[in-house]
Structures are given as C-alpha cells and as structure tokens.
Design a protein around this ligand. Structure first.
Ligand SMILES: [Zn+2]
Ligand SMILES: [Zn+2]
Length: 429
C-alpha cells in the first residue's frame, strides 16, 4: 500500500476507499459512506466515518471486497443511495378463487406444484392435511396426512415440491423433522431428521433436483451435513462417513465447521446455494455444482472444487434470495453486518462467486423472479425491479403474495374463508 492507493495494477480504473483501510487484508472495521451521487459509496475507517473530507485513495475491486467482507466488518452506514424509478404499464391482475373444502382446512403453508402450465399448488393445514389444489378448475384433493404433533406447537411448516411434480417434502422450517412423500400414492418415501443442534437458528435445508428421470432430494442430516437421497425409494446416494472432530487434534479430512441453512436450486438444476453460517454466527452463503456432487465427488458439499463463498455477512443466514437466471442469484442487503444492511439487491454469479452488480431499493421481503425481481413485503406491499437497470417499475401497496408458480407465472395469496387469490403481472415495462 502507498498513499496513492492499493498496489494492484487495476486500482487506477477502480474505486475509492479510505487510505487507512489499506492494506485490505489488515483492514479495521468500516462504515459504508454514500457519496450522494447515485449508488456510489466509499468505505471509510472509524476516524474518517464522519470527516468532512475523508482521505480517499484508489483501490482495486478485490481490495474493496476484501475489506467489505472482513471479519468485524461494517459498523454503520452514512447517507443513503439513490433509488431509481421508471414509470411503466406493469400492473397486477387478480382473481379470487373460492376452493370448495378449503375453508375447513385453512392452509398454514403453500407451495407451487409443477403440472405443465396449470396453476397447481400444494397446501397443508394445521391438522397436517396435505392437499393438491388446482386453481384453473378450482378444486382440491387430499394427498396425505402428515402427523405434525411431534414437531411441537405451531410449527413453521414448509412444503417443497420436486421439479417433476411427483414428490414433495414437508418440514419444520425451524425444527429437526420432516418427511418426503410420493404425491401419487401419499406414501412416505423418506423420514427426515437433521438433529436439534442450533436448528432454531437454521432454516431446514431441503431442496429437490432432477437427475435425468429421477428426482433427488437434498436434505440436512446433521447441522454440518447434507445428503442426497432418491426421492422415490428413500435410498441414500451420498453415503460417506461423518468426520468426527476430536479436541486437541487437527481436524480430520473433510471436516466441515458450517451450519447448513435454507437451500435454493438454480432453474436449470445445476447450482445449489446454501445460506448457512459459521461460528459465531457469521453468515457465509455458499454455492456448489450439483452435477459434480451427484456424479463425481461425494464430498463436494464439504470441500469440493466447485464450492464458492458467494456472500459473507455477520449474523445467521437465511435472507431473501432468488435466482434471476441459471447462474445469477439476487440476494437482499448491501453490507457485511446484519445490523447495518442497506435495502438493495446484490446480483451474484454463483459459478464464480463474483458480484455482477447491485442496485438500491429492494426491501427485505420475499424475493421472486418473473422477468423482473418482485419483492413482497408483509403488510407493505409488492415492488417490481428491473434487474438490468435497477429501476423500480411498480410499487403496489395492496398485496403481498406468499408464493409464486414459475410455470403458471402466478402469484398466490391466502385469503380468509377458503379463498385463494391468483395474481399475474401484466403490461409492459
Ligand atoms: Zn480513514
Ligand atoms: Zn488492490
């Protein structure tokens, strides 16, 4: 480092940061200081946080990111970024559908179910009745009964369906138990148990992928272990020993000190994103290549060559995210400390772990992708964002859907008395 900036060749073309944070591998904690010009910001040290003229020098993107992601990280934000807006003709068209029988089995969780382009859904009641709901010709039919009693009072239940629509997992999102069901027969094909350790701080890791004509379920079997199982038979496909760590010994090969949390699979089924954390607690979102894990390396989720840290942030993980393309993930929140995250969407290439770009404005709501980034914020409404320009195209305070069906391109809201609201985004941006 010199007073002229970091020592890397591309620093001249790059960003400004406070001279006192270099070299970046020894950086102290910083503030994000917005400059008042668009979304421009600089990182400033504690002494420069509120100085009228911080001592800024050029730094390359790598040094900036290293400082931004450093342990201790961010201790505050100064100023605000500009949120861009562009008027559009986009609007949501709603249709309320009364589903016979649903009033007495009010859903506590819903999920989209692949069935061509039909608006087909799974729902589960507080009593554990899992049903398939068709909103194109409104009716519901029973699939199975799931005994929720062992999951404790009022469990936060999640349903995830396989891409081929043949299987579903029902899990306690903050508990340790779950089940995989064959939707044609209602039969249980796999009992899920990830143990209790820190479970309430980790969303249950559960996802499906398609591997040729078979459906594979990815599921946590311990706080630091994911497994692959055949959804049809329950047969484990990732058998390997669990490396046991002994005090005062070097960690064994493949030992993983990582709390697996919520999983997201890319639309093409290639990439798995795990929004987990390391002790204590430091969010570390990771991605891996599922093809490698299924076909080449049984240890891929521990220390495989495709593993990337794609986002670091103090605090436990499980923040809003969704894929916006086969390799590109949108993640909520700019910054590296959960107490000081700025409303924003970070777009990340999960193959390289690199940030593609970011834009300001998207709030901490449920993220969906339907041509644009859609963010539904409970009690506040739904906003629509152009992921190329970062402009807000629509802000609709009237509804906040709970789920999205990518094939039917339909959003779902659960209304009282057995009514479901289908919403579609129409118009041009
Ligand atoms: Zn400084
Ligand atoms: Zn540098």
């Amino acid at each position: 480092m010199t007073a002229a900036g970091c020592l890397h060749a591309d620093a001249r073309t790059s960003r400004l940061m406070c001279a006192h944070l270099l070299p970046a591998d020894q950086a102290e904690e910083h503030v994000i200081r917005f400059t008042g010009r668009g979304v421009d910001y600089v990182l400033a040290c504690r002494a420069c946080a509120d100085a009228p003229t911080p001592e800024l020098v050029p730094a390359c993107e790598a040094c900036l990111r290293e400082c931004e992601d450093s342990v201790g990280g961010c201790f505050g934000v100064r100023g605000t970024p500009e949120v861009l807006c562009r008027p559009s003709d986009l609007t949501f068209a709603h249709r309320d559908v009364r589903v016979p029988g649903l009033a007495v089995q009010a859903p506590i969780a819903v999920a989209p179910l692949a069935d061509g382009a039909r608006s087909s859904w799974l729902a589960i009641s507080a009593g554990g009745a899992l049903t398939r709901i068709d909103l194109d010709e409104p009716h519901m039919e029973p699939v199975a009964n799931v005994d929720l009693a062992p999951w404790g009072p009022n469990p936060d239940v999640r349903i995830v369906a396989s891409p081929d629509g043949r299987f579903a997992a029902v899990v306690a999102a903050r508990g340790s138990l779950g089940v995989v069901l064959d939707l044609a027969t209602g039969a249980r094909t796999l009992e899920l148990d990830r143990g209790q350790y820190q479970a309430k701080h980790c969303e249950f890791s559960i996802a499906f992928l398609r591997d040729e004509d078979r459906a594979i379920v990815v599921h946590a079997t311990k706080w630091n272990r994911l497994d692959l199982s055949d959804a049809a038979t329950g047969r484990m496909l990732s058998a390997r020993p669990s490396p046991e760590y002994a005090a005062n010994q070097p960690p064994p090969a493949h030992h993983l000190d990582y709390f697996h949390c919520g999983l997201t699979v890319s639309p093409d089924g290639r990439w798995l994103v795990d929004d987990g954390w390391i002790w204590h607690p430091r969010g570390c979102m990771r991605s891996l290549d599922l093809r490698r894990w299924v076909h080449e390396n049984v240890w891929e989720s521990e220390d495989g060559a495709s593993l990337r840290d794609v986002r670091l942030c103090e605090g436990t993980g499980d923040r809003p995210r969704c894929f916006i393309g086969d390799n590109a993930l949108a993640v909520w929140g700019l910054g590296s400390d959960e107490d000081f995250l700025v409303d924003a969407a970070l777009l990340i290439d999960v193959e390289t772990g690199r940030r593609i770009r970011w834009f300001a404005g998207p709030p901490c709501g449920r993220f969906f992708f339907d041509r644009h980034l859609i963010v539904a914020e409970e009690g506040k409404g739904t906003s629509v964002w152009d992921v190329t320009t970062g402009e807000r195209l629509l802000d609709d305070p009237a509804f906040a859907p709970v789920a999205y069906h990518p094939a039917a391109r339909t959003f779902l809201s659960v209304l009282p008395d057995g009514v479901l609201r289908k919403s579609r985004m129409i118009g041009d941006a």
